[in-house]
Design a protein around this ligand. Structure first.
Ligand code: CDP
Length: 242
C-alpha cells in the first residue's frame, strides 16, 4: 500500500542508497557446533541464523524417496524480531516462506546422491527488516555448503522492487511496506536461471524486465559475498591447522 512518503531526496533513497545499491551484508560460516552446517547473516537490519542437519535417514519413514533425499526447510521468525510483537509459533507466512525456500534451493543440490535421506534447513530470523526470505535463502545456501552437501552451485537471493515509479534494488522496510512492488528473486548463477520469483504489487512488462535485470545484478553481488565468506572460513582453518 502506498503512503505519503518521500522515497527519494537528491536522487538518494530513504537510507541514503543509490537505486542499484545493496544494503551492507555480512556472512559468517560455521557458527553452531551441533549442526552439520551453519551460518549467520546480517543484511541491513536483518539478523538471521541458519542451521543445516543431514543428510540423515528421513523420518517419518513414509516421507522417504527411494531415489533421492528430501529437503525440508523451516523458516521461523522470533516474536521480538519485528516492531509489533509477532505471535510465536507457526504462521501461514512462515509455511509459505519455508516452501519457497525449499523450491529455491533444491535445484542446486545433488539430492539424488542420498536416497531415503533428508536434509533439514532451519532458518531463524532474530531481527527482521524487510527481505528476510532472500537473506534466509542466501544464508541457507552457505550453510548447506558448510555441511558438505554436494551442490551444483550456491544460490544467492535478493529482491528488486518499485517505489515512486522507479525500479530499485533490495527494498528497505519503508520501501517494502509502502512501495508499489516487491520482487524477491533467487538465482542459480551458473545456469543463469531464477529458482525463486515472487511478485507483490504491479509492474508493467518493461518494468518487470528492468527489475529482473537489476535483481540478477544484485544476486551476482550477493554471490561474491557468499564465496568470500566460505573462503574466509576455510582459508583461516587451513592456516590454523599448519
Ligand atoms: O521479510 P520478507 O520481505 O521476505 O517478507 P515480507 O512478508 O514481505 O515481510 C516484509 C517485512 O515486514 C519483514 O522483513 C518484517 O520486517 C516485516 N514483518 C513484520 O513486521 N511483522 C510480521 N508479522 C511479518 C513481517
Amino acid at each position: 500500500m502506498e503512503k505519503d512518503i518521500k522515497f527519494f531526496t537528491n536522487g538518494k533513497r530513504i537510507d541514503g542508497r543509490a537505486i542499484d545499491e545493496l544494503r551492507n551484508i555480512k556472512i559468517e560460516v560455521g557458527v553452531f557446533k551441533r549442526a552439520d552446517g551453519s551460518s549467520y547473516i546480517e543484511w541491513g537490519g536483518n539478523k538471521i541464523y541458519c542451521a543445516v542437519y543431514g543428510p540423515r535417514e528421513a523420518y517419518p519413514r513414509f516421507l522417504q524417496k527411494s531415489d533421492r533425499a528430501i529437503l525440508k526447510c523451516r523458516y521461523n521468525m522470533a516474536s521480538f524480531a519485528v516492531e509489533e510483537r509477532k505471535r510465536p509459533g507457526p504462521s501461514r507466512r512462515g509455511v509459505e516462506i519455508g516452501k519457497v525456500t525449499q523450491g529455491a534451493l533444491e535445484p542446486a543440490l545433488l539430492l539424488e546422491n542420498f536416497p531415503k535421506c533428508m536434509v533439514e534447513v532451519n532458518i531463524e530470523v532474530i531481527q527482521a527488516d524487510a527481505g528476510t526470505r532472500c537473506a534466509g535463502i542466501t544464508a541457507a545456501s552457505v550453510a548447506l555448503a558448510n555441511a558438505g552437501i554436494p551442490m551444483k552451485e550456491l544460490v544467492p537471493a535478493c529482491a528488486a522492487g518499485k517505489v515512486d515509479d522507479k525500479i530499485v534494488l533490495d527494498l528497505c522496510k519503508e520501501e517494502d511496506n509502502y512501495g508499489q512492488a516487491d520482487l524477491p528473486l533467487a538465482l542459480l548463477p551458473r545456469r543463469n536461471e531464477f529458482s525463486l520469483l515472487q511478485m507483490d504489487g504491479d509492474l508493467s512488462e518493461e518494468q518487470l524486465e528492468e527489475a529482473l535485470d537489476l535483481g540478477r545484478k544484485g544476486c551476482l553481488e550477493v554471490y561474491e559475498i557468499q564465496k568470500e565468506a566460505l573462503k574466509k572460513k576455510y582459508v583461516k582453518e587451513d592456516v590454523s591447522n599448519e
